[in-house]
Design a protein around this ligand. Structure first.
Ligand code: PHE
Length: 341
């Protein structure tokens, strides 16, 4: 009897669970409902009285040791399972998922907003479907102005008072001026629509960022200084700007701004058509009529506005030569830009 018990005890001591199955077999043998200690206790009546105490203790020792061993291996096996589930799989191929990338228009829009936000400009947005007042009338467009012509504007519903897709984000500036009190310093980025034939240099929709600054005593010198700061931040410290007189119904005086060509540094190349300069935006002092239309006292306040096409700036920055690439969704084009991370 004692011999039998000692064999079981050394079996327990030597036991090592390799897997769940061998641990389960161990549990059934030593701890299950028909475990070997039951047989041992059945034989207990044959043990001579003087040995009963010692044998009884040995059988209990089997139970205790088996339980200890079982608990130990059970938690060890659980730990290794968790470890196997969380450990990275070193046989996997590196970066199998393709990361997306930011669209060049988003990258440039973000950069322009960052540059102007450093000098206090906020961002305002407005609807893409606009009424005549916000897109044209408030901005001093006379009724017969060619920009209102069906050629340029996509009208949505002309019976309900000329609803159209906005042709510029100056419409957002009208909304801001109607609702806020000067000083106003804001940028309005967004998509605009014009009824133009699609080609490498023109599209029926594109993106603009327009800026507006209104306060007391704002002068043309402030406009020039602000645009100079922008051009240097955007295209580099050596960049020069040039303002040429122009015309917009909502600004007086108006100008067009050129920046020195960043490809040839102003020496002349085919990108700048050998002029050394590239046109990037329209600008001017807000016409007093526009201020009055939006409820701002033009005797007290003055301001400047400017507007640029994001596609054009991105073309210069990334040397993109066809506007259509922006909206075709070709991954070979898109994946060249900064990844999302
Ligand atoms: N709204 C003009 C355009 O769409 C750009 C512009 C904005 C010009 C502000 C002058 C001042 O072309």
């Amino acid at each position: 009897m004692k011999e039998k018990i000692n064999t079981f005890l050394s079996e327990i001591d030597a036991f090592e669970a390799q897997n769940k199955e061998s641990l389960e077999a161990f549990r059934i043998k030593f701890l299950g409902s028909k475990n070997i200690t039951k047989d041992l206790f059945n034989d207990f009546k044959n043990v001579p009285n003087e040995q009963k105490k010692e044998v009884g203790q040995l059988i209990n020792e089997i139970k205790e040791k088996a339980q200890e061993k079982f608990d130990f291996f059970q938690s060890k096996l659980n730990d290794t399972i968790v470890e196997a589930e969380t450990k990275s799989d070193l046989t996997r191929t590196a970066f199998p998922e393709r990361l997306g990338s930011r669209h060049p228009i988003s990258l440039v829009r973000k950069e322009i907003i960052e540059i102007f936000s450093r000098i206090g400009f906020t961002v305002s947005e407005g609807p893409e479907i606009e009424d005549d007042w916000h897109n044209f009338s408030a901005l001093n467009f006379p009724p017969e102005h060619p920009a209102r012509d069906m050629q340029d504007t996509f009208f949505v519903d002309s019976e309900q008072g000329e609803i159209a897709l906005r042709t510029h984000t100056s419409s957002v500036q009208v909304r801001v001026m109607e609702n806020a009190k000067p000083p106003i310093r804001t940028l309005s980025p967004g998509r605009v629509y014009r009824n133009e034939a699609i080609s490498a240099r023109a599209h029926c929709f594109f993106h603009q960022i327009e800026g507006l600054y209104i306060d007391e005593n704002v002068s043309f010198a402030d406009l020039k200084q602000t645009l100079m700061y922008f051009a240097k931040e955007m295209f580099g410290e050596k960049t020069q700007i040039r303002l040429r007189p122009s015309y917009f119904p909502f600004t007086e005086p108006s100008a067009e701004m050129d920046v020195s060509c960043s490809v040839c540094e102003g020496k002349g190349c085919n990108v700048c058509k050998y002029t050394g300069f590239l046109e990037i935006m329209g600008c001017g002092m807000v016409d007093p009529n526009v201020l009055e239309n939006c409820g701002i006292d033009s005797k007290k306040y003055s301001g400047f506005a400017f507007g640029m096409g994001i596609e054009r700036i991105a073309m210069l920055k990334f040397k993109i030569n066809d506007l259509r690439l922006y909206s075709e969704g070709d991954v070979r084009f898109l994946s060249q830009f900064k990844s999302v991370l």
